[in-house]
Design a protein around this ligand. Structure first.
Ligand code: ADP
Ligand code: ADP
Length: 237
């Protein structure tokens, strides 16, 4: 379970991006975070894994207070929180397989280790994931040879190979066409269901969110103004 207690972020510029967010997300629940540009969605996702440092409040993942961790302890916890990005954040000159495997090593310090051989179990798992997302045949292609939708599938595999408890997904479809966007949202939600994973999907396309999730949280001016089912969401929210 992820729990946020009056989570607050005021940037040095004075922007109050989060004004005390209280939120609980049970294990296995997929939640869409919607709201206009500038509402604080991206800041909220980044405060949870502390890519952005919150200025107040607390975040808990099960019994661990994420907001209280040292950088060293944080490194371990970050592996439990897979992140998927709008612009995929792949290493273009590496292969699909290498990009997926890089997820095993977390965000920090993986450059040095790339030349080491990966354990066979990790390679097997990477092949399984690539097969699941329909990219097995692309394993040896360079990332820069792929389409946007294919890149996002690699991004998904890279997040899942960490075996996270929680996925933090930041505008996964913002660079994709409508049909590919639906495919990617469906894939993320199916994989969460298969693995019992919780997810926060930051998405500005409300219709797309409504198609795939059971819970929608609406942010505006750094505060929660809606929390309910897609059916309860009226067009003026
Ligand atoms: P969203 O993801 O909903 O578009 P953001 O979290 O990106 O919203 O932004 C929330 C608010 O915080 C906005 O007012 C934005 O201008 C501000 N903001 C975001 N990042 C920074 C930053 N690095 N420095 C200063 N202000 C920021
Ligand atoms: P060392 O462990 O000797 O410091 P590095 O891991 O830093 O070596 O790798 C040396 C260089 O090779 C770096 O520029 C790194 O980005 C690059 N590199 C490492 N692994 C790969 C790989 N699998 N494919 C392409 N380039 C790689």
């Amino acid at each position: 379970m992820l729990r946020l207690e009056t989570l607050t972020k005021t940037y040095k510029t004075g922007d109050q991006a989060l004004k005390g967010i209280d939120l609980e997300i049970p294990d296995g629940q997929v939640l869409a975070l919607i709201g206009p540009s500038g509402a604080g969605k991206s800041t909220m996702i980044r405060c949870i894994n502390r890519l952005v440092e919150p200025t107040g409040g607390k975040a808990w993942l099960d019994d661990t207070e994420l907001t209280g961790l040292s950088q060293t302890a944080l490194r371990h916890q970050r592996r439990l929180m897979g992140m998927i990005f709008q612009e995929y954040a792949l290493v273009e000159r590496l292969t699909v397989m290498e990009n997926v495997l890089s997820g095993r090593l977390g965000y920090v310090g993986f450059w040095r280790s790339w030349t080491r051989r990966y354990p066979q179990a990790d390679v097997d798992e990477a092949f399984r994931l690539l097969d699941r997302v329909g990219l097995l045949a692309m394993a040896d292609k360079r990332a820069d040879e792929l389409s946007g939708g294919q890149r996002q599938r690699v991004g998904i595999c890279r997040a899942l190979i960490q075996n996270p408890k929680l996925l933090l997904v930041d505008e996964p479809t913002a660079s994709l066409d409508p049909k590919t966007s639906r495919q990617i949202m469906r894939l993320i939600c199916e994989l969460c269901a298969e693995r019992g994973l919780a997810a926060i999907i930051n998405i500005h396309d409300v219709a797309l969110a409504q198609m795939f999730v059971q819970r929608v949280v609406g942010l505006r001016f750094g505060a929660i103004e809606f929390d309910g089912t897609p059916e309860e969401l009226t067009p003026d929210v």
